[in-house]
Design a protein around this ligand. Structure first.
Ligand code: PLP
Length: 451
């Protein structure tokens, strides 16, 4: 069987197949899985992507990683089924564009990865006797993206834990109105409590008869689909041989890892602009070579990027020959010179984010929400400092209608609600409520899922 093996960034676990990496998520040595070889896209193949649809490009790129894990026909069906929505590329000025990754069912870019991972895991579970239970904790967007991604996929159950006090009404309803194979549990505590309960369940021998797995942002199945839209943007916008620059608003560094893998596969990316909010541990590291995580993480209006220690950064370090363990300790420095030449990193605070939303609207009639505004501000900073004027694409990761209060206060307009978010008000919600108590949680799991 033709396949790529996946190694752990901590180097103390055996290599696994894509199927194993998808089903386990994290390596047993707490490292992250990475492909042993990065498949290449030739100039001819790159040229042949022009004019292709999003599902076609997804099938082409992912086939290079999937190889014989499932057939090309199965992969094609998964791509057509997962990517049944638009990927708008909006011209802002000259050769500068916004790519809107917000047209999926939960209106955030996480749909791209979650929907494909859900379908790939679903394909692996086809015909298996034992159900797989996906257990995940969320502070907002991830939970609904995962719930939607696995919704009604045979042989899979989903349980999402969330802190009701920390998620918005809209975010909660996106998870609790699905039903079927999706169960939601409101835990009267904080996001960290939810995460601790999930971790304890994974380590609990009493639950060994239930096949539990996580679907968090470190799963390789979340990473590979995030390579695709960079190729898609290039295929739509670039002239033959032209280089491209991407600006990626970053929190856990999964999205920008997609662009880095695209570059290593052969996409001619001149620069990856990494824009963080006030959680500036990576821009600081790029400047000084000293990494210190931010604990607790800083609260910013781009809340999905409030990350003081990005879980995927160990992968970035690995790609440049370094080694960072799961605690954030760097055992071997990466090649900083080549990192700095590939990437431009910048931290944008809330005040700058708000000014950017206002300025983009007033100068360019460009409607941004806080995450995309961080990316756009990063791109503007890069242009200022480098004088570069090439083909540039800034990534917008959420729909402005998810942040109506912020946008109305700044721009005096109410963003249109996309079809995916409509009708939530009328749907019936269903979820358990539970104190922060592991024994209660274990009973719920046993009662629901024990065979
Ligand atoms: C998760 C998220 C991000 C950050 O993406 P990472 O892959 O974690 O860097 C940015 N914007 C939105 C809207 C998100 O939900």
């Amino acid at each position: 069987m033709d396949q790529i093996m996946y190694y752990s960034t901590n180097g103390k676990a055996p290599d696994v197949t894509l199927a194993e990496a998808l089903l386990t998520g994290q390596a047993p040595d707490k490292g992250l899985y990475m492909p042993r070889t990065i498949p290449q896209v030739t100039d001819g193949e790159l040229a042949s992507l022009k004019g292709k649809t999003y599902p076609e490009i997804a099938e082409f790129i992912l086939s290079k990683y999937v190889l014989d894990t499932f057939s090309r026909e199965v992969l094609r069906d998964l791509c057509v089924d997962a990517y049944d929505y638009d990927v708008p590329l909006e011209n802002v000025f000259e050769r500068t564009y916004i790519m809107r990754l917000d047209r999926g069912p939960t209106a955030s870019f996480k749909d791209f990865a979650a929907r494909m991972m859900g379908r790939m895991i679903g394909a692996l579970m086809r015909g298996q006797k034992r159900e797989l239970v996906i257990l995940t904790a969320t502070s907002g967007d991830t939970g609904s993206a995962i719930a939607h991604a696995f919704y009604q996929i045979p042989n899979i159950q989903v349980m999402v834990l969330f802190p009701p006090a920390e998620v918005s009404n809209r975010q909660r309803k996106q998870m609790t109105t699905l039903g079927d194979n999706v169960s939601t549990v409101g835990v009267s505590g904080k996001f960290d409590d939810c995460q601790a309960l999930v971790k304890q369940a994974f380590a609990d021998p009493e639950l060994s008869s239930i096949r539990l797995t996580s679907a968090n942002s470190i799963n390789i199945g979340r990473l590979l689909p995030q390579i695709v839209y960079y190729f898609y943007a290039y295929s739509k916008l670039a002239n033959p041989g032209e280089e491209i620059i991407f600006s990626v608003p970053s929190g856990n560094f999964g999205d920008m890892m997609g662009s880095l893998l695209a570059k290593r596969m052969g996409l001619p990316i001149r620069k990856i602009i990494i824009a963080t909010n006030a959680n500036d541990e990576v821009p600081n590291y790029m400047g000084t070579g000293v990494y210190s995580k931010i604990v607790p993480s800083r609260v910013c209006i781009s809340n999905a990027m409030n990350v003081g220690h990005p879980s995927n950064f160990a992968r970035v370090i690995d790609m440049y020959g370094g080694w960072m363990d799961e605690s954030g300790k760097i055992h071997r420095q990466p090649d900083m010179i080549s990192m700095r030449s590939d990437m431009f990193s910048v931290s944008i605070n809330d005040q700058q984010t708000r000014m950017t939303i206002k300025d983009a609207w007033e100068s360019n009639r460009l409607l941004l929400e806080p995450h995309g505004a961080v990316g756009w501000a990063g791109l503007k900073r890069y242009i200022e400092e480098s004088g570069d004027s090439g083909l540039m694409v800034s990534v917008e990761t959420a729909h402005p209608a998810k942040f109506p209060e912020e946008i109305e206060a700044l721009l005096n307009i109410v963003p249109d609600i996309p079809p995916s978010l409509m009708g939530l008000e009328e749907k019936t919600e269903e979820y358990f409520e539970m104190p922060v108590d592991y024994n209660t949680f274990r009973s719920i799991l046993k009662e629901r899922y024990e065979p």
